[in-house]
Design a protein around this ligand. Structure first.
Ligand code: DQA
Length: 144
């Protein structure tokens, strides 16, 4: 079971709750984070999370995970999923197992969202299940 779980949220996910609710749901990021923290701490794991609108901020946090005890990452890199070789390289460099999450079913959307720079490195990918996808990823982390 993972002991130190890091959850990373990419750009515009700070707007959850009001951002295109028909696509992303009405749960706020704070509500999602609260639930994930609860699941982790109930299981005796450490929980950390970061939302950043900056690619470099996400890269820096992934690099820091190499030395802060993180043994599992749950990441919704949002739009950077489809563009960021830098985030891919950081995840490859730290070699910490991770699950990629997307609230929406990216495969039902525009073709540019069908490409992920992360998926082939991920332990698993969860799309289209809304906030429950994060919870499923957390439950997996707590058994991994
Ligand atoms: C997203 C899907 C991405 O294509 C989009 O850019 C996001 C959110 C999702 O959770 O469904 O910002 O990662």
């Amino acid at each position: 079971m993972a002991q130190h779980i890091l959850v990373l949220h990419g750009p515009n996910l700070n707007l959850l709750g009001t951002r295109e609710p028909a696509v992303y749901g009405r749960r706020t990021l704070a509500e999602i984070d609260r639930r994930l923290r609860q699941l982790a701490t109930e299981a005796g794991a450490q929980y950390a999370s970061l939302q950043s609108n900056q690619e470099g901020g996400l890269v820096d946090r992934i690099q820091a995970a190499a030395t802060d005890g993180t043994d599992f990452i749950i990441i919704n890199a949002a739009a950077y999923t489809h563009t960021s070789i830098a985030i891919r390289d950081a995840l490859a460099a730290v070699a910490i197992q991770f699950v990629e999450v997307h609230l929406s079913n990216v495969h039902r959307r525009e073709s540019f969202r069908h490409v992920s720079y992360l998926s082939d490195l991920a332990q698993g990918v969860i799309v289209g299940l809304g906030a429950f996808g994060y919870e499923a990823a957390m439950r997996y982390a707590l058994t991994a």
